[in-house]
Design a protein around this ligand. Sequence first.
Ligand SMILES: N[C@@H](CCC(=O)N[C@@H](CS)C(=O)NCC(=O)O)C(=O)O
Length: 246
Amino acid sequence: MKLLEFPHSHYCEKARWALDFKGVEFEPTTILPGFHMWTVRRHAQATSVPVLVTKQTAVQGSSQIIDFLETFHPANPLTPADDEQRQICLKLEAEMDTRLGGPIRQILYHRLLAYPDFIRYCFTSTLPYYKQLVFRLSYPLLRRLMYKVYVISDTSVIRAKSDFDQTMDELAEQLSGRQYLVGESFSRADVTVSSMLSLLVLPPQHPLSWPEIPDADIQKIYDSYKNHPVCTWVEKMYDIHRPPIR
Ligand SMILES: N[C@@H](CCC(=O)N[C@@H](CS)C(=O)NCC(=O)O)C(=O)O
């Protein structure tokens, strides 16, 4: 099976992590942003990745991919068996997809879209040269679209940063004295928070080797979060539960 993806995407990392954790063989398949819409639409309703494409079906969305894996590859479960814990876990997953995943992308793209080489590396370093060239040529348009969809405005980025900081503090409180977010074992809630924060923690186990951050203001955000208890916890989750890079 194939996973249609953007290599740096935190939602793709969540799906990849679940696949790797369950030991399911798959082919990570990078698609070119902008042109991805046509590729993805051949398999699914919306245009977003990740999409897991099997011989029989296609599953779009990181949570839906985990649901699919839990049904067809039940070994190494990521969803608590206990009813109450399962509800808590699924609620937390949905909440953190939104409360961490959206704002961190917005905060980083706000400044990093101004660095075409950095963005090109994130999206296309695994693609052949001619596709990288297509990316280069289409980037001015792509940049405007990405800004419109993901960044929106300076004011909304300020709000996103404040929401993000608050979510991080709430999570720190929730994790205080605990190893995992729900119950006593590693679950999809832990995969979700860790993957959403992979863009901030840049863990060495991530399949993309991260380039240097080219922007001083963004570097300051990285520095300010370096010793945050949730980031330290994410590093630990990667150390313990992210199987080695393929
Ligand atoms: N809720 C979705 C979010 C996926 C998402 O936002 N994917 C972004 C990349 S980070 C994407 O594919 N954007 C391009 C598009 O929607 O066309 C999930 O969990 O998979």
